[in-house]
Design a protein around this ligand. Structure first.
Ligand code: LLP
Length: 435
């Protein structure tokens, strides 16, 4: 059965068993753009933005939805997100430069990161970005000094680490004590940071932020951490902390495989908003603006990677390796996080699964396997494979390992496709080299 739940909204299988996305057939896309290629469904992308904005604002109109650019950003997408009314969060000067080049408004940009460089902080100040989310004592001092030198006062949030485990992969767990991110509430560092932030002359401390990790399939960690952080904030009211903004970060889960059932956006919204409003009421606190930062849940479900099969190697009694023309260079997630994906034979999607195969990439690493021991129809060299839920953290974490060019990105809608990033050339691979 075709795993519709992990594919973009417009994905379909026609009577011949061929996959189409946004009205464009997989084989036409592969012929036009080559493989591997990342296909993004514009309808799904926009629907995901609207769903976050609508579900949160329905319960709490004073919500800003900020797209976490690290999931993947480029100018064409930045314009779409801006059109949909999203703000942005960035974690590097490069992401910020991409947004500036895309001419998005800088007022709703949040700059995150545990070690922003002096240059990056100056870029934030020079471009008058709305918010710096301060993550360390070093940054508090540095940003205050840079703002003074620039003759500015920068609005900031302080990132606290609430010590709440969201039960996800250890590599993507952030809000616990043993984490490089944020000021721990438990150690007293968060309290010290709030006092320093309030005292800093060129910083305007306007609220708190936390991010627990990603992806988070449970609601309870958001509830516990929201309550804990708001109660922490209330302790500093008399010292002058006015919580005008509060952010519980991102981390909203998506389904990667057919058996996964992430909570609907409405459940995340209900949990966060009801906890926030109840806690504020209990504390006699004016409820702040709410800022949420989904990345994966916006672009992940919109993306499908298409690969073409080349070599097939059967080791009798051991394993059948089906190799494709991409791999860990465009999707590091299976190798890095043991992430699991659905794989669909894009032109044989009606055929019954007949054999157990392992999908290998083309990179020079034995660990370059995109999916292990999965059941697919009988496959031949030249067949196309589709991996859904590939829009987030695949292209953005792509590398040029083995000097392989990174794949193109194509936006599809109503039967039309549009290239929004071309395939890299060999010249691109060498363009920074100095001979
Ligand atoms: N806000 C902050 C402060 C974050 O650190 C992150 C993700 C997000 C928002 C967005 O989280 P999302 O809604 O996309 O889950 N490379 C990993 C994910 C790392 C996420 C890092 N921070 C992966 O491929 O699973």
């Amino acid at each position: 059965m075709f795993p519709q739940s992990v594919f973009p909204d417009t994905a379909q299988i026609d009577s011949k068993g061929e996959l189409s996305i946004g009205g464009c057939s997989a084989s036409d896309l592969a012929d036009e753009y080559g493989t591997p290629v990342y296909v993004l469904d514009e309808e799904t992308l926009r629907a995901r933005c609207r769903s976050f904005i609508d579900e949160f604002r329905k319960l709490y109109p004073n919500t800003n939805v900020s797209y976490a650019s690290k999931a993947y950003i480029n100018p064409a997408l930045a314009r779409i997100f801006q059109e949909e009314g999203m703000g942005f969060d960035v974690v590097s000067g490069g992401e910020l430069a991409t947004l500036i080049a895309s001419e998005v408004s800088t007022g709703e940009i949040y700059f995150h990161g545990n070690n922003k460089t002096p240059q990056e902080l100056s870029e934030a100040l020079n471009n008058s970005i709305g918010w710096v989310v301060v993550d360390s004592f070093h940054e508090l001092r540095l940003l205050d000094q840079l703002a003074r030198e620039a003759g500015k006062t920068q609005d900031i949030l302080i990132r606290v680490s609430p010590g709440v485990d969201p039960h996800t992969h250890v590599y993507t767990t952030t809000g616990v004590l043993d984490s490089k991110f944020g000021f721990s509430i438990q150690t007293g560092h968060a309290a010290e940071a709030v006092r320093m932030g309030l005292a800093a002359e060129n910083l305007n401390l306007r609220g708190l932020h936390f991010h627990l990790g990603s992806p988070i399939f449970e609601l309870e960690p958001y509830r516990v951490a929201t309550e804990l952080v708001l109660k922490f904030a209330a302790e500093f009211r008399e010292e002058g902390l006015e919580m005008t903004r509060f952010s519980p970060g991102g981390g909203f889960a998506i389904g990667y495989t057919r058996d996964q059932e992430p909570p609907p956006v409405s459940d995340y919204a209900e949990t966060i908003v009801s906890t926030m409003t109840a806690t504020c009421q209990e504390l006699g606190m004016e409820p702040p603006s709410l800022v949420i930062e989904p990345g994966r849940a916006i672009i992940g479900p919109a993306g499908v990677a298409l690969y073409r099969i080349g070599a097939i190697k059967d080791v009798p009694g051991v394993r059948k390796f089906v190799s494709v023309d991409g791999g860990m260079g465009d999707n590091i997630r299976p190798a890095l996080y043991q992430a699991e994906y659905e794989v669909v034979a894009a032109t044989k999607a009606n055929q019954e699964p007949g054999e157990k195969v392992t999908i290998a990439g083309k990179y020079c690493e034995s660990g370059d396997l995109l999916a292990s021991d999965i059941m697919l129809p009988s496959l031949e060299s030249g067949d196309l494979l589709a991996i859904p839920a590939a829009g987030a953290y695949c292209p953005s974490m792509a590398s040029n390992y083995n000097m392989n060019p990174r794949p193109p990105m194509v936006l599809v809608k109503d039967g039309k496709s549009r290239l929004i990033r071309r395939r890299e050339s060999y010249q691109d691979l060498m363009h920074c080299d100095v001979v």
